[in-house]
Design a protein around this ligand. Structure first.
Ligand code: ADP
Ligand code: GLC
Length: 486
């Protein structure tokens, strides 16, 4: 089979720069796809962390004027990834979080910064880099969503574009007066162009002009193509019909492998989930929780935002503590939630402990040591932490929404009898639904054989990229062939 060359375009990529699951996906896909005949090169902004890691980095193209300055495109490798790095210091030479300034707010020029990324991707599609012509461009989220719009308005013979929506809540809306500065014609500012509620809608434009749209789970694909789940874009998404599909995320099963994970005090596999006891004790010690081997220990690894529903957990903490359970949380995000968890930890010393931080090593320890991982999201396009939990023998407790609904088999009577249950799935996503599922979990935890069966079923579940990579590869080939036939 001839390899298909795909240019992936992403504002984050693990392990170089990450704020969430988008980085994990962008970082894992190239390796997973290589096994399916796809050669993926990823275009990323030249943040300091990316440039510092780049080996080679020789200039492959120069752009005199891009978003108010000159830019150099550098080709090279970093962390095993083939990259094209957009070295444009006036746009990206800013340390830390890729979107936020030191005041914790969005950089005021984010509209220009990510339009430039998309514009350069479209230029690469049009032949900017000598001897490199991708057959397909894969654009991730609003930051890259203008790629097909640039192609459309340039009228060039450029490759087909797949747009993946990782989270419809982030739509990239910017003022109309940016249009000229980002190199789009005035004529683009119409309802069947980039206009969206009086502004420029990056994701809106992507949805309109992409050749195919994917999102990160089948259930989320259905949810977003509707009035209720569409966040203003439901009609447009529904209008794309079969061009919209859900392809479930996987996780990197080498980064997340309890049998080889160097970050764990004790490594283990599905044959011996009881070996997790050592990790549970280490987690309790690290978090200053009482060293009680039999106390049900809940874990959370999450951004702290409205989306993640963790205020439901805050409300349930008194009951949880009264039942003798413990909580170890690692997360950062919105101040009201950070404060809420700090206060809760102070109120329940030894029983509730929160690390307001972003730390990969602690995330691994939580997954390896907690009994049940909580993901009570109000909506969740896919969710990766419940997949890590499955692989690590932490029983996931998730809301019935998006990818959570697609990846966890609820411990109902039939599933338990069939040995298929892997966790707990709850609805309604409100205080009553959450309180009820916590009661079910606490009861389930006391039934040791059933609990262990659930752990083993979870650890055997396929959470790898194998299947999704096949689906992406098939999609790229379809699009590439369609173009050849046209
Ligand atoms: P989202 O992208 O919406 O934040 P996902 O579940 O898809 O949610 O991905 C989150 C990723 O970020 C996972 O890899 C998770 O382990 C990681 N993560 C989230 N918060 C933290 C944290 N505080 N410390 C370490 N890793 C975190
Ligand atoms: C987004 C979503 C999350 C998904 C991730 C990777 O951040 O919130 O559900 O897993 O992207 O696709």
């Amino acid at each position: 089979m001839k390899p298909v060359h795909v240019l992936s375009v992403a504002a984050e990529i693990y392990p170089l720069i990450k704020t969430g699951g988008l980085a994990d996906v962008a970082g894992a896909l190239p390796t997973a796809l290589a096994r399916h005949g796809v050669r993926m090169v990823t275009l990323v902004p030249g943040y300091p962390a990316v440039l510092a890691a780049l080996e080679g980095g020789k200039p492959v193209a120069h752009i005199d004027s891009l978003g108010g300055g000159a830019a150099t495109l550098r080709g090279g490798r970093a962390a095993g990834l083939d990259l094209l790095v957009l070295d444009a210091p006036h746009l990206y030479d800013r340390p830390g979080n890729p979107y936020l300034g030191p005041d914790g707010r969005d950089w005021p020029d984010n509209g220009a910064r990510f339009a430039a990324l998309a514009q350069v991707a479209a230029m690469i599609g049009g032949g900017l880099v000598p001897r490199y012509r991708p057959a397909v461009i894969h654009a991730h989220d609003w930051q890259a969503a203008l790629v097909p719009a640039y192609r459309h308005y340039a009228g060039a013979d450029a490759p087909p574009v797949v747009l993946t929506i990782h989270n419809l809540a982030f739509q990239g809306r910017f003022p109309r007066d940016l249009l000229g500065a980002i190199g789009l014609p005035d004529a683009a500012f119409t309802l069947d162009g980039v206009e969206y509620y009086g502004e420029i809608g990056y994701l809106k434009a992507g949805i309109l002009f992409a050749d195919a749209i994917t999102t990160v789970s089948p259930t989320y694909a259905t949810e977003i193509a509707s009035e209720t789940g569409g966040m203003g874009l439901g009609g447009l998404l529904a209008g794309r019909g079969d061009d919209l599909a859900g392809i479930l995320n996987g996780i990197d099963t080498e980064v997340w492998n309890p049998a080889t994970d160097a970050l764990l005090p004790r490594r283990y596999d599905a044959g011996d989930p009881c070996a997790r006891a050592t990790n549970k004790a280490a987690l309790q010690a690290a978090f200053g929780l009482e060293p009680l081997p039999d106390a049900p220990l809940f874990g959370v690894v999450s951004r702290l935002s409205e989306q993640k529903g963790l205020d439901l957990l805050l409300g349930a903490l008194p009951d949880l503590c009264a039942a003798g359970a413990q909580l170890a949380l690692i997360g950062t995000g919105e101040a009201w939630l950070e404060d809420g968890f700090r206060t809760a930890a102070a109120r329940h010393p030894g029983q509730v402990s929160c690390r307001i931080a972003y730390d990969e090593a602690t995330a691994h320890l939580v997954q390896a040591g907690c009994d049940a991982l909580l993901v009570p999201s109000r909506f969740e396009p896919c969710g990766l932490t419940q997949l890590c939990a499955l692989r690590y023998g932490a029983v996931p407790v998730v809301a019935r929404t998006g990818g959570l609904a697609d990846t966890v088999v609820d411990a109902n009577e039939a599933a338990v009898r069939a040995g298929a249950a892997t966790g707990f799935v709850f609805t309604p996503i409100d205080p009553s639904g959450f309180a009820a599922v916590i009661r079910r979990v606490l009861a389930g935890y006391r039934d040791v054989p059933a609990w262990q069966a659930m752990q083993r079923a979870g650890m055997r579940a396929d959470v790898s990229w194998d299947r999704p990579a096949q689906d992406y590869a098939a999609l790229y080939r379809r699009l590439a062939e369609r173009r050849r036939d046209a």
